[in-house]
Design a protein around this ligand. Structure first.
Ligand code: ADP
Ligand code: ZN
Length: 730
């Protein structure tokens, strides 16, 4: 990648740094000169900071005061495509450029100042005796799959002191080395044959593989029912991309899914690809970043932030389970990884595959209008058939108070257990009970910092706020009236359903799958593996189980409260409920035994429930699309959400009202403004929050108008204002 613009030593260049400044800074090119795209270290006040040479300097000031760049970093320069991507993604999401660069440099030790560190691997020695602390170290080493870890990484992961590590080194259980040079990943062999595909799969794979060598942008929605072989199909496109000598990226919505996927890649291509998510070590993180930049990584499997890795020649981006809400990054830079994948691909001439059984309405509409290609897989692979769907009308069921398993559902579970199969009971609520009520004074226990209830987690014997994470021991007495022994759990969470299931099916092995019950990613992975291997009979799970897992023995899915997501005023409620229930039902009967999904509902005639039951997916999307079109809501109109927050409610509302009055820039583009109103969660961590929503026509220049409008007033004191383009809820 030779870039044209070579600046001789002393020439003025403009540098973008990761420091929160609203402008680029001029520096003098260092000894040896520099080029556009070079990663550099520059002086900023007394500090050394990371930056990228962005272009020629601006000048117009006392040149004698301009300081020279310290030096260039020994990493591949940023490509022009990446510069364009960061600029356009920043413009689209209204994120400042320094924050965009931070997203693109999330790897430690890129600077010169990084000294070589000692790292440790498992050696061949045996410990003279095994202590708890030593066992935890060995567990932690295994957790990271044999990667070399620094002392502090081990100490943190295992909760041990340096002396434990030293002891293990002495006995040869751990081996100490210098930081290895970042090594390329093992070579993947795309010529290895995959599984023989069915006719439909082969057609889809062939169409996905077109144009992968040509740097030709295109997005395809791969819509296939759960278990239809979407993964097998897009792995063919990955193979075609690798054969063309280009890099590929597969995004997954959930770290817990990566383990199974890595194994599939290894089976298919003979080696494991690079991994990028919050569960990898700093050492691996740096290796991945550097190797992606140097072309030493052909395929990356990762979370949404992998989109900002420095690919040299990206040919394919797969967004698996593209409808998943976790693709939306909500802290710091607010972006949708799905949409940014399309943007990045359009810039670098790559193909995008959006895979889902239940696409987002946005993608479905884009496929309808021809903006995206569409490939459909209608049948499950092999003998597997789609689960039969039925409602359990809760109005006709006879339930004891504070129980949630209807007689019909219990019977169905019993029948599966008798046949040696598994049943999954799904409830999208963590903890034991959503409400803890004092029967003496009638107060519900709330979080002191948030507009949210404290949720009882009985396994941990604590009350936890799901907004801010605040947790405290379950009290005996009501915090308001101080009366003891009157606190009551109201409503069900997964732990409570598990309690009921244990009582109802005393012979069965009951497992709970909820993110907060597992201390580490590995523990969760093990539990998922155990379930897949048949070590549980009844599984109680939150939305964690709805995502992509393969449980071959699972034949019954019972949805405890199918109506749960349908309340509230969010226009996306129908879409989300439809996706979630379809996905979780799709866990049933993925192998050779036919499956069934039973939905407990008080409103079996609700259009969403009826659509799910009838399997009329296309007409559901069509009806949803028609409704959104009638209201000019996304994807037919565009929206921006503005959340103002601060410790003082009056100040927060004052700013919201002031913005609402001075809506000139919005009126100029014909946009409508709603609010200010309390945000869906009106207070988090002691900060009050109000929201304004802007709605504009598709063609209107929304970002420019919103930026101008929202920037009219300086933010005083502790006030904050966040702009969310294309908000998830409206
Ligand atoms: P999806 O991603 O659509 O849910 P998968 O690709 O995970 O579907 O396929 C579901 C199951 O069927 C997996 O266990 C997969 O290995 C298997 N499968 C799909 N297609 C084939 C095929 N052509 N040959 C063998 N097994 C297949
Ligand atoms: Zn809280």
């Amino acid at each position: 990648m030779t870039r044209q613009d070579i600046f001789p030593p002393g020439a003025l260049v403009s540098v973008l740094t990761t420091q929160p400044l609203d402008r680029f800074l001029d520096y003098k090119a260092p000894e040896g000169g520099c080029s556009v795209g070079d990663f550099v270290e520059v002086p900023l006040g007394p500090r050394r900071v990371l930056g990228v040479v962005w272009g020629p300097g601006q000048g117009g000031y006392d040149l004698a005061k301009v300081r020279p760049i310290f030096g260039r970093l020994d990493v591949a320069p940023m490509t022009e495509d990446m510069q364009t991507f960061l600029t356009r993604a920043g413009d689209y999401t209204l994120t400042p450029m320094h924050a965009m660069l931070s997203l693109a440099t999330r790897a430690p030790g890129l600077g010169h100042s990084e000294s070589r560190r000692k790292v440790y691997r498992l050696g061949h020695g045996e410990p003279d005796r095994m202590t708890d602390a030593r066992a935890r170290v060995l567990d932690a080493m295994e957790d990271f799959g044999g990667a070399a870890l620094t002392q502090s990484e081990i100490a943190q992961a295992a909760g041990v002191s340096g002396s434990v590590i030293k002891g293990l080194v002495k006995q040869g259980v751990l081996e100490e080395t210098e930081t290895p040079r970042d090594l390329p990943y093992p070579v993947l062999d795309p010529a290895r044959p995959g599984k023989p595909l069915t006719g439909d799969q082969a057609d889809a794979a062939a169409r996905l593989s077109v144009g992968l060598a040509e740097a030709d942008y295109g997005t395809t929605l791969l819509q296939g029912v759960t278990g239809s072989g979407k993964t097998e199909v897009y792995l063919e496109a990955v193979a075609a991309c690798l054969k063309a000598g280009r890099q590929a990226l597969v995004l997954l919505p959930e770290i817990a899914l990566t383990a199974e996927f890595l194994t599939r890649v290894e089976e298919r291509f003979g080696a494991r690809p690079a991994e990028w998510h919050s569960g990898i070590t700093q050492t691996e993180r740096r290796r991945c970043w550097k190797m992606v930049g140097q072309g030493g990584a052909q395929l990356v499997v990762g979370a949404r932030s992998a989109l900002f890795l420095p690919f040299r020649d990206l040919g394919l981006i797969v967004v698996d389970e593209e409808h998943d809400t976790s693709y939306k990054q909500e802290d710091g830079a607010i972006y949708s990884a799905r949409d940014m994948a399309v943007l990045r691909a359009a810039i670098c001439g790559a193909r995008v595959v959006l895979a889902s059984a239940t696409p987002s309405l946005e993608s479905w509409v884009n496929a309808e209008t021809g903006k995206y290609d569409k490939l459909v897989l209608t049948a499950r692979y092999g003998a597997a058939v789609l689960p039969e769907m039925a409602a359990i009308d809760m109005r006709a069921e006879d339930l004891a108070p504070s129980t949630w398993l209807s007689p019909s559902l219990r019977q169905a579970v019993q029948a599966r257990l008798a046949a040696g199969e598994q049943a999954l009971l799904f409830l999208n609520r963590r903890g034991y009970a959503p409400v803890t009520l004092c029967r003496a004074c009638g107060q519900q226990i709330g979080c002191e910092h948030c507009d949210a209830r404290m949720v009882e987690h009985r396994f941990q014997k604590r009350l936890i706020c799901h907004q801010c994470g605040e947790s405290r021991p379950l009290p005996d007495a009501c915090p308001s009236c101080k009366v003891e022994g009157k606190l009551a759990a109201v409503g069900p969470g997964v732990e409570r359903v598990a309690e009921e299931a244990i009582a109802a099916f005393p012979e069965a092995r009951v497992a709970v799958l909820s993110s907060d019950l597992y201390g580490s990613a590995r523990a969760l992975k093990e539990q998922i593996g155990a379930i897949a291997a048949g070590e549980a009979d009844v599984i109680i799970g939150t939305q964690l189980v709805a995502k992509g897992h393969n449980f071959p023995l699972l034949t019954l899915v019972g949805v405890i409260d199918a109506d749960l997501g349908l309340q509230g005023s969010d226009l996306r409620a129908a879409e989300r409920t439809f996706q979630l229930i379809r996905q979780v039902a799709g866990r049933a009967g993925r192998a050779d035994r036919p499956g069934q999904a039973l939905l407990q509902t008080f409103q079996p005639e609700h259009p969403v429930i009826k659509a799910i039951l009838s399997g009329a997916d296309e007409s559901f999307w069509r009806a949803e699309a028609a409704e959104r079109r009638a209201l000019s809501m996304p994807p037919f109109g565009r929206m921006a959400g503005i959340v103002i927050s601060g410790p003082d409610l009056a100040q927060v509302f004052d700013l919201g009202n002031a913005l609402a009055r001075q809506n000139g820039p919005l009126a100029a583009i014909g946009a409508e403004l709603y609010g200010p109103a309390p945000a869906p969660i009106a207070r988090i961590r002691g900060r009050h929050r109000v929201r304004l929503l802007v709605k504009a026509a598709r063609s209107a220049p929304l970002q420019a108008a919103v930026a101008q409008w929202a920037g009219q007033f300086p933010l005083r004191g502790d006030l904050r204002l966040r702009i969310d383009i294309d908000p998830q809820s409206f």
